[in-house]
Structures are given as structure tokens and as C-alpha cells.
Design a binder for this molecule. Structure first.
Ligand SMILES: NC(=O)c1ccc[n+]([C@@H]2O[C@H](COP(=O)([O-])OP(=O)(O)OC[C@H]3O[C@@H](n4cnc5c(N)ncnc54)[C@H](OP(=O)(O)O)[C@@H]3O)[C@@H](O)[C@H]2O)c1
Length: 251
């Protein structure tokens, strides 16, 4: 069977899988939401922008004759992942999620778990601190209730609107980052608290390791819950899944 893959992207894992798929001679398209101004170049054709909810994605799957969907979005891209589960069920297209395990606290970590962004905002209702806020630019406005803090913001693109808190410093950088660099960064800015999503994986872990080595507390935003779906860890497992579903991988 000749595959025509839809890869829901926006992560390093998605790019790695797209490379593996292209090397195996598979056809497909890589899809981005369009949040980042210059998405990483892909070895397969790409499209940018939402599908228009579940109905839009069902229509897209049918119109483009997609044979398999690989959901390699970020673990916090819950809406896209929920839509993919529902649309694939409706259009009868097999779906696999390319996921990474969440980070687990280890000796020396001082984490406070919160369930979502609102929980992180509530946790910051405290006297002024110097905070590294690593939540992405889409969520900055939600931190308006706590303008007393200094916020160090590391973002892929500069914020579109000025953040709603006066005391901040923006660093534009895409990563991956090293523990040593993040430790130096935290020391330079005299950071005393880190706020992070539990992204999992290696690319964003440096700040967590740096916080541990400096003895800094972390407000850890736990992952959103998602419907049950087939999962794979790594590009090789997705290739196995494709092979088992009858895709010709020897091209
Ligand atoms: N959330 C994070 O922390 C984070 C971090 C790093 C990278 N990213 C990447 O950034 C993108 C957006 O994240 P988000 O948290 O805003 O997602 P989200 O809340 O789950 O998605 C909101 C809407 O954006 C569209 N969308 C999301 N991902 C898409 C994709 N890969 N291709 C086409 N449309 C997409 C869909 O619109 P329609 O309903 O119109 O189809 C979706 O309903 C994702 O692709 C994700 O992998 C997110």
C-alpha cells in the first residue's frame, strides 16, 4: 500500500519523523498551526494553518486521501490532539500519537505541581520574585494578575504585544539549550523561581536540570488529559506501526 501521511507537527520529534519518512520514500504532508514565524524546514511538503475543527479535519483527510495521521504535536497542544482522535475515528483513518514521557521529579528537585496555566497563575499570587516563565508567548497575557514579579521570557519569536507586566526581559531563542547555559542565564538574572510546562523530552529539559543544580523551586504545569489513542515513542516505532498497517516501506 502506498501511504499518504499527514504529520501534525510543531515539535523536534515531528521533524525527526518527517526526515525518517522522507528517507524511507514515503509521501505525505507536514502540518503546522502557524504559531511560529519561521517553522523548521521540512523534507516533505508542508501546509500551515488550522483545519477548521473536527469537521474541517475530516474534510481535509477525505479531500487529500490521507491514509495515516501521525500526531506529533506538543503534549500541550490538546485541542489539536483531541480533534485528531475524533476526526480520524469519523473518517476511518488510522492515527498514532508520537509522544514523549513526561519529566519525573528526581532527588534535588523542588517542584510544585499545578494542573494548568490558571494553576500556575494562582501559584504566583505571592510577593515579588524573579521568575523564569517558560510557557510560550500565547499564554503571557494570562499572567497579568501578577505584575509584581520580574519575568524572564524565553520565546521562539518576539511577543506580538507587550507583556502585561512591566518588569520583564525577553530572550528570543529556539533551543535546544544546555544545562550550563541555563544555569548561567538564571544566575545572570538572579532567578529564584522557574515556571515550566511538563513538556518531556530533552530539548527543553536544560532549565529543569539547571533549576535543580541551583536549588531553585519549579512550578510544574502538568499535562492536559487526552483521549485514549495508539501511541509510539520515537520515529522507529511509528515506522513499525506503518509497516504493520500494510504500508510499503521498502521504496
Ligand atoms: N502548546 C505548546 O506548549 C507548544 C509548544 C511547542 C510547540 N507547539 C506546537 O504549536 C502548535 C500549536 O499549539 P497549541 O497549543 O496552540 O495547539 P492547540 O491549542 O491544540 O490547537 C489549537 C488549534 O490550532 C490548530 N492547530 C494546532 N496544531 C496544528 C497543526 N500541527 N497543524 C494544523 N493546525 C494546528 C488547530 O486548529 P483547527 O481547529 O482550526 O484545525 C487547533 O484546533 C502545535 O502544532 C504544537 O505542536 C505547542
Amino acid at each position: 500500500m502506498r501511504a499518504n501521511l499527514l504529520i501534525l507537527a510543531g515539535t523536534t520529534e515531528a521533524t525527526a519523523f518527517a526526515n525518517a519518512a522522507a528517507e524511507a520514500g514515503l509521501a505525505g504532508i507536514v502540518s503546522f498551526a502557524g504559531r511560529v514565524e519561521r517553522p523548521k524546514r521540512q523534507p516533505l511538503p508542508q501546509r500551515i494553518g488550522g483545519f477548521g475543527g473536527i469537521a474541517g479535519l475530516v474534510a481535509y483527510l477525505r479531500a487529500e486521501k490521507i491514509t495515516h495521521v501521525i500526531d506529533a504535536t506538543h503534549p500541550f497542544a490538546a485541542q489539536m490532539s483531541r480533534n485528531a482522535v475524533a476526526a480520524c475515528a469519523e473518517a476511518d483513518v488510522p492515527l498514532v500519537a508520537l509522544t514523549r514521557a513526561p519529566w519525573a521529579a528526581q532527588a534535588g528537585d523542588n517542584w510544585t505541581h499545578v494542573p494548568d496555566i490558571a494553576g500556575a497563575v494562582a501559584a504566583l499570587n505571592q510577593p515579588a520574585k524573579r521568575i523564569m516563565l517558560a510557557v510560550g508567548r500565547m499564554h503571557l497575557s494570562e499572567f497579568a494578575p501578577n505584575p509584581q514579579h520580574f519575568y524572564l521570557l524565553r520565546l521562539v519569536d518576539p511577543p506580538k504585544d507587550p507583556p502585561p507586566f512591566p518588569d520583564h526581559h525577553v530572550l528570543v531563542s529556539r533551543g535546544p539549550f544546555t544545562e550550563a547555559d541555563d544555569r548561567a542565564l538564571m544566575q545572570d538574572h538572579r532567578i529564584d523561581l522557574v515556571v515550566s510546562k511538563n513538556a518531556g523530552g530533552t530539548g527543553a529539559y536544560a532549565k529543569i536540570a539547571a533549576a535543580r543544580s541551583l536549588g531553585l523551586p519549579v512550578v510544574m504545569i502538568d499535562r492536559p488529559s487526552l483521549p485514549e489513542r495508539q501511541e509510539a515513542h520515537g520515529a522507529a516505532q511509528v515506522m513499525d506501526w506503518l509497516g504493520h498497517s500494510g504500508v510499503d516501506l521498502g521504496v
